[in-house]
Structures are given as structure tokens and as C-alpha cells.
Design a protein around this ligand. Structure first.
Ligand code: SF4
Ligand code: MG
Length: 314
């Protein structure tokens, strides 16, 4: 029900004000109801920009995102309100995203009121949401600082659920939490997906979490999706040289030799010509890597890769 095209430009805030960055290029993808698509890549690769652009939290300048056949970027105010009910975001830092001067009851009342619930229904629903995310309804009148980090993320999830969404973009939802708490939140997300049939776009730099949760994985480099694959085939046999390097550097994923990349990733505002990975790629096949952007090619079931090792230039 959800399709991204090959090219999507987005306005993102940078130090210099609004700048246009390539949020995503390369492989387009469609999310299936009930699946989890993991989105991985180094920081600065555009993962969060992509997640926010899909939800139109960033205004796109070009490209297309379809939700139930509708172009998200062309929705009018009423259409956008309906879309925002269906598609929610859970942030990395629940503390920063919860208003410290509001109680949990007040925080949850905002989305519940948008759904048009009466005061009494809001109270009942708020209590039910607390239970659903593993918190006591008796704590509804507490403030965010009175909860632990893990509990605050549960509140962030409850706030997203309050809209009855079908799609949740989870942007590094556990990376700010203690390792012992991470598993509990991951389990909660899995349970909710099962119960409610939710679809997740799960953004993370933690490859073991992504491997555990995801049906498919998209690998981003400098605003380009360079590989998209069902999860296990990707971890068993990564195809793109960047994916290979990324996996080889991940603790626990390394049965293979560590590939050390030279240099830092260039700025996504000024990506190199040709293949964006060519200045750091250990497998350059020739001048074509420096001049031509590789087109995505399909290799086996659902396995897309954009690299000249595998196909002709775009
Ligand atoms: Fe490396 Fe060339 Fe493939 Fe880019 S297209 S990843 S530079 S081999
Ligand atoms: Mg990010």
C-alpha cells in the first residue's frame, strides 16, 4: 500500500537554513502491510530524512510517495490529516519528544481528540493504551521525568498508537536506551505488530536488531538505496560492496574479514558523480564507477542492487 519511487528530493534543515538534499535515489520500494522494512546505513546517509519525508514532516521538492494509491505529497489539508492518522513516527529520544510540562494523560489527549473521541472515551482509551504498552493506567497523571528511559519510550509508542496508525516509522527507537531495556521495547514493538497488523519502517544502525526484526532490509549510502533484499539473504551474502563493508564492521555479524573503508562519507549535499560510493569503494570496476550512476538491477527474488559489478549503467 506504500510505494516510493526511484527518486525523491527533500528539503532538510541544515546549518545554512533550508537546503535540498537527495533524500533517496536508486531503488524504489513498496511496503507490504504487516512487514518490517529495516533501513540501515551510516549516520548522515539520509535514513532519518527518508523516514520524515515519507511522512511529509519534511516537504519534498520532487518525487512521489503513494499511500493507498494516493500521492502523499499532493494531499490537501484534510487529506494530510487523514494520512497523519495512518502513519506515525516514534523518535529516538522519547524525552526530547515528550512535552515535559504535560502529564501523560494530556500528551495522549491530543491525538485522541484528533480522532474525535469524547472526554470520557479519551479517558478510557488513554488507560487502555497505557496497558497495551505495559504501563500502569494509574500513572497517567505523572510527568515524563517521573518515568525511566524505557518507560518514556513506551509513552512515545502509546502516543503513536493513539492515532490508530497502520504504518509506523521508528527512527532509532532503542538506540538511546540501556541494552537491557532495548530488548523489552523490541519485544513490545513485535507484539504490537502481531496484534494490530502494523507496518514498520525501522531505521537503525544496529544490524543485529535489524536482522532480528526485519522482513526486508534497505541499505542507504549518501541518500541512495544501494541494496534492498529479504533479510536473511542480505546477511548471508551481501552483494553491494558498501553492504559488505557495513556488515563486516558489525559486531556479531562478522564471519567474514573486516573491510576497512578509506575516508569519511562525502556530504550528501554534494554527492560525488557516478556511483556515490566510488571514492571509498574497494571494488571499483573501472571509469564507469566514476562517471555513471549504477541502475538498480534485480538479482534473484526481491534482491535489488545498484552497482556496476552487477549490471549496465543507468
Ligand atoms: Fe563500487 Fe563501482 Fe559498485 Fe560503486 S558501482 S559500489 S564504485 S563497484
Ligand atoms: Mg538519524
Amino acid at each position: 500500500h506504500f510505494v516510493l519511487p526511484r527518486s525523491l528530493l527533500s528539503r532538510a534543515l541544515t546549518g545554512q537554513g533550508h537546503r535540498v538534499v537527495q533524500a533517496v535515489n536508486g531503488v524504489s520500494f513498496a511496503l507490504q502491510q504487516g512487514e518490517t522494512l529495516g533501513l540501515v546505513g551510516e549516520s548522515g546517509s539520509g535514513k532519518s530524512t527518508l523516514g520524515r519525508t515519507i511522512l511529509r514532516l519534511y516537504e519534498p521538492t520532487r518525487g512521489e510517495v503513494r499511500f493507498d494509491g494516493q500521492d502523499v505529497f499532493r494531499l490537501d489539508a484534510a487529506g494530510l490529516r487523514r494520512f497523519r492518522q495512518q502513519a506515525q513516527i516514534v523518535f529516538q529520544n522519547p524525552y526530547a519528544s515528550l512535552n515535559p510540562r504535560k502529564t501523560v494523560r494530556q500528551i495522549l489527549a491530543v491525538p485522541l481528540a484528533l480522532r474525535g473521541l469524547s472526554r470520557r472515551e479519551r479517558q478510557e482509551e488513554a488507560a487502555a493504551l497505557m496497558e497495551r504498552v505495559g504501563l500502569s493506567p494509574q500513572h497517567l497523571d505523572r510527568y515524563p521525568h517521573q518515568f525511566s528511559g524505557g518507560q518514556r519510550q513506551r509513552i512515545g509508542i502509546a502516543r503513536a498508537l493513539a492515532m490508530h496508525p497502520r504504518l509506523i516509522v521508528a527512527d532509532e527507537p532503542v538506540s538511546a536506551l540501556d541494552v537491557s531495556v532495548q530488548a523489552q521495547i523490541i519485544n513490545l514493538l513485535e507484539d504490537l505488530q502481531q496484534e494490530l497488523g502494523l507496518t514498520y519502517l525501522f531505521i537503525s544502525h544496529d544490524l543485529s536488531v535489524v536482522r532480528h526484526l526485519s522482513t526486508r532490509v534497505a541499505v542507504m549510502y549518501l541518500g541512495q538505496i544501494v541494496e534492498l533484499s529479504p533479510t536473511e539473504p542480505l546477511f548471508e551474502e551481501p552483494l553491494h560492496p558498501y553492504t559488505r563493508a557495513l556488515l563486516s564492521a558489525a559486531p556479531g555479524q562478522g564471519r567474514r574479514e573486516r573491510i576497512i573503508l578509506q575516508g569519511a562519507p562525502p556530504s550528501p549535499l554534494d554527492p560525488p558523480p557516478g556511483c556515490p560510493f566510488h571514492p571509498r569503494c574497494p571494488a571499483v570496476v573501472g571509469d564507469v564507477c566514476r562517471t555513471d550512476r549504477p541502475a538498480p538491477v534485480l538479482l534473484g527474488e526481491g534482491r535489488w542492487v545498484a552497482c556496476h559489478l552487477y549490471g549496465p549503467p543507468a
